[in-house]
Ligand binder design. Sequence first.
Ligand code: NAD
Length: 345
Amino acid sequence: MRILITGGAGFIGSAVVRLAVARGHDVVNLDTLTYAANLENVASVAGSDRYAFEHADIRDRAALDRILARHRPDAILHLAAESHVDRSIDGPDSFIQTNVIGTFTLLEAARAYWTAAGRPEGFRFHHVSTDEVFGSLGPEGRFSETTPYDPRSPYSASKAGSDHLVRAWSETYGLPVLLTNCSNNYGPFHFPEKLVPVVILRALAGQPIPVYGDGLHVRDWLYVEDHAEALLTVLTQGRPGRSYAIGGENEVANIDLVRMICAHMDRLHPEGAPHDRLIAFVPDRPGHDRRYAIDPARIRSELGWRPSVSVDEGLGRTVAWYLDNRDWWQPLLARDGVGRRLGTG
Ligand SMILES: NC(=O)c1ccc[n+]([C@@H]2O[C@H](COP(=O)([O-])OP(=O)(O)OC[C@H]3O[C@@H](n4cnc5c(N)ncnc54)[C@H](O)[C@@H]3O)[C@@H](O)[C@H]2O)c1
């Protein structure tokens, strides 16, 4: 299959690019290279004749038309987005621009391309979204494909808007779409402003490890390579028009996640142990959702996907990766906003 992947220089997109090339797909990586992007993430496949890179913005319709005409993909796997909730609180504009206007522009380019090609049944537009569109859970219950939307941050509202557009393009124009809503990812190549790498790098530096509020916010953690596998499974086997909730069934409170990472640091980098002495509670993020959890029954029963690693095993691999790959993360610490508290409202 020839797949146009948007956002393929980011954290999850690059995992999908690497996996898709390894699986024998032809991949075109379209990315505008924001602060969150890094072409080092795809360096392992950059020399492959199955891989091409297009430097473009998903809001640029003329560029999208040119790229679609040049590469003639069988599918679009859409991951390009502004993705950091804290940044969305400080500056929601780029979130509306990329996540809403960008997705709209890409949908229109895809529709024109698909229509001109005679509306092939096998074409797919797969939109990658988040469980954050469903809002915040109490202590009980889990999100599924039928959960009503209730976004509460500029990030999740912009992703919810894009999800609605994708559904409308399916219902109104018949575009064969797929939609996935996934829980929190972690793993190698995670940009060092997100919780898991922040904890690892602060522990390594012997600096305070910030935990928002009381630390009892619960997330359902999924190893990024398991998400990439799920996305290729849905893309190749999912039923058009359908959405799939993806989660690791690994619910952990933030404070427990931080302690698990510290325990892996104690094992793999004993200098400075015990690292959990560095934990420092800081004021909470405004509108901080209390709990997310996914019921992945549909993707499990219909498509046979399930995560391959537990959160503890995945965190162990992730800590080891950051300790072995300083050359990857060191230069990113100088990028704008990294290491500073963002999104305090
Ligand atoms: N990280 C998570 O835990 C998580 C969970 C569920 C869903 N998602 C979704 O998965 C997708 C990827 O998330 P991520 O964590 O890899 O994000 P990321 O921030 O690491 O990467 C986003 C990529 O998109 C590119 N991009 C941004 N704006 C663009 C534009 N206008 N045109 C072209 N490219 C642009 C960036 O340059 C970057 O390479 C997003 O849609 C996100 O909403 C993320």
